[in-house]
Design a protein around this ligand. Sequence first.
Ligand code: C2O
Ligand code: CU
Ligand code: CU
Length: 562
Amino acid sequence: MKRRKFIQSALAGTAAFASTGAGLLLSGCGKGPLEQRKDLVNNAGAPFAAYPHDPVRAENFTNPLFIPGGEGPFGVLNVTDTPLTLKARPATFPILDGRASPFLLYETSDAGKSYQNPIFRIKRDSRFTATLQNGLNEPTIIHWHGLHLPANMDGHPNDTIAAGQNYPYAFTVTNRGGTYWYHSHADQLTAEQAYGGLASFFIVEDDDELQLARVLDLKFGETDLPLVIQDKRFNAAGELVYQPNPMERMMGYLGDIVLVNLTPNAYLEIGPRFYRFRCLNGSNARVYKLGFMRGKEQLAYQVIGTDGGLLDRPYPAKEVFLAPAERLDVLFDASQLRQGDTVFLKSLAFDPMELDGAMGGMGGMGGGMMGGRQRNNQMSQMDGNTRLANGLEFNLLKLVVAKAAQGPREVPARLSTLAPLDTAGVRPRRVTLSMGHMQWLINGQSFQRDTAAFEVLRAVEVWDIENATNSMIHPMHLHGFSFQVLGRSNSPAALRPLATASGGRVVTDLGWKDTVMIWPGETVRIAVDFRQAFPGAQLFLFHCHNLEHEDGNMMVNYRIPA
Ligand code: C2O
Ligand code: CU
Ligand code: CU
């Protein structure tokens, strides 16, 4: 097992943000002297005890949400024809109480401004040109998650470059407008590097997006906000920790401090109008069930987009599962609230069904089938050292109505056009997800760098992705192509009430997708149009986006023929 040293290497970096707006991140919640911080050390066995930054405790939410500006950390960089240089390097970043933590980031400058982990914003059909410089002490490569690109631009682990080397990217962004992202995809190091900081948004604009912004008077960075949701762990000094034990390498690494835009226990002052929240689950392994709560009252919101941009129309929802790498674009109507009202964006309780019924077969890992709270306690042991069990209810972001604001009150009836793929007469390809010898497998296989598990046709294909019964939620991600979800079968009780669309589909199945959540025992049918493939034979990935599963080789290549 590779034990990486990013903490040490990151300490060699410098505090880069003194002059670039990191002050915005200095939350200054000042919870007292350092000796109290020993609570921050992760302790198995006390999952329900309160701890500093515990997201279950509403009173902890006193830190202003970090909102990206026009430069500096996560600054919005409007992409032009000017080629960029993106340098991946170790640095530090203030996350807990303004104290510097080791962090990995992409640094660039453009038009006299400097950026760390820039949020790229680009118009559809324009060019993106950037050279990745590897300033880390280990190999890396960038993957543009959700973009339709030729294989050599996609950041395949085979293209991983060594420390000190460069990789040139130049491509046209043909995707629909929407909220995409980019992150490290280094061979066997994706989980640690993405967790360590190497990830940000990639936002594509098109006419439908501009139209929506106009009609609802939305401004990016004010009333249209990217929200990246992540759970992380910190040591007593408030430094990021990535130390998965063998169990966590198999199940996924869960944090116990929940960050929204890298802010722990964040709040945001809003006015009584519509807000657009572009939620990205940027966590390694945690699934969230997103709901807005005013006290005990669950407020409805409108889902307007998923992974590949806007839906055809808004879909009302009250709770939606969001798995790692998925995006959920929502309109939240704060005009239904009064001045002083407080609403929490929460992750609501659910049963994550981790290895249900499989315990007997897993020798010494637990005591058979369990239910309810007892099960959750047991499961938190399975989750490794986290104090925040998977499926527990906790808060993500506090919204306080504390501003005057006005805005249009009508949500447009149409948002964009979605054409269903014609799958008539297509025979589905069966793809299985299972476990063998304590390894997650796709079609019974582990990742083989240079060979393809299967070859697709340059045609519309239908895949039936079938998860084993004694399994976990696997967010399955396809590189190179967006797909449509046609239906779900054998969905678990946790999901069935949310299946409001045809074919047993939930709202995150609508529109164009690049990642789809597949529950234990479930089969999800998708359609992919490989006719749009670039010329020449190419290898692309299909993998689980639980990043520990990915680095644990729950990944295959598929081949597009010439
Ligand atoms: Cu977002 Cu292959 O990854
Ligand atoms: Cu991807
Ligand atoms: Cu998985």
